[in-house]
Design a protein around this ligand. Structure first.
Ligand code: DC
Length: 227
């Protein structure tokens, strides 16, 4: 049997990361961890408790100490639970996306979640996606991929996804929100979004889902074979 291994997939919002990562984890038959969902769950918890996700306050730290975050598979779908409640849908609302980007710039929050993420991978193979997996959470990951696409294309995909869910946001709003989130994620002082030196760059601007998956899958298999 192969020794446990880590696949790290990083990149900006809307590059197709979570859809592709989920599918790749399934094809490899390993656990999948959507770390963005963890930042979203923290933002949701703060906002619902009336605490700003932008400020590193005593109240925020105290609150997050009581956050129990776990992933569970329900009817073959991965769901995220916050203190026992399924928050998988709530964390996808646009105001939570902004809150997650804000809260993720707070070093205290990052350290808390990075510790949880490392613990979640103990003794087993895991595919994790996020912004700092290959650079910070698992700098020694066996496979590192930086998945990106042009911001207009990413906004178009996110806009269509939201529209299908019945959300009435305009393309312009989605694009503006994405540009601002990119700025936030790339320019924060602590563990910003950036491509690890040894990560493979995959740009999906001109690739459909199948082609993107193929690029990820082939690269991952090649890397694992030479391990
Ligand atoms: O991948 P996502 O859009 O669900 O992530 C939500 C926010 O969380 C994103 O704006 C940046 C932050 N994030 C992070 O800073 N580090 C990670 N490993 C994952 C997400």
């Amino acid at each position: 049997m192969q020794k446990p291994y880590i696949v790290a997939i990083d990149g900006p919002a809307g590059a197709g990361k979570s859809t592709l990562a989920k599918r790749l984890a399934k094809a490899l038959n390993i656990a999948y961890n959507d770390t963005g969902a963890m930042y979203r769950a923290c933002a949701l918890y703060a906002i619902e408790s009336g605490i700003s996700p932008k400020v590193d306050s005593e109240e925020l730290r105290k609150l997050l100490k009581t956050a129990e975050i776990d992933f569970r598979t329900v009817s073959e779908e991965q769901k995220i639970f916050l203190n026992g409640a399924d928050v998988s849908l709530k964390i996808r609302e646009p105001h939570i996306s902004t809150g997650a980007s804000d809260i993720s710039a707070i070093p205290y929050v990052r350290d808390l979640l990075v510790t949880m993420q490392r613990n979640m991978a103990t003794g087993k193979s895991v595919l994790m996606d996020g912004r700092d997996i290959g650079t910070n959470v698992f700098p020694n990951a066996d496979v590192k991929i930086y998945l990106t696409a042009a911001v207009e294309e990413r906004a178009k995909r996110r806009f269509e996804e939201l529209r299908e869910k019945g959300d009435s946001s305009t393309y312009e709003t989605v694009l503006a929100e994405m540009i601002s989130r990119d700025e936030n994620d790339k320019n924060r002082a602590y563990a910003p979004l950036k491509q690890a030196e040894d990560a493979e760059l995959i740009d999906t601007t001109n690739l459909n889902l199948e082609e993107s998956f193929d690029a990820l899958y082939q690269y991952t298999l090649k890397k694992l074979q030479t391990k």
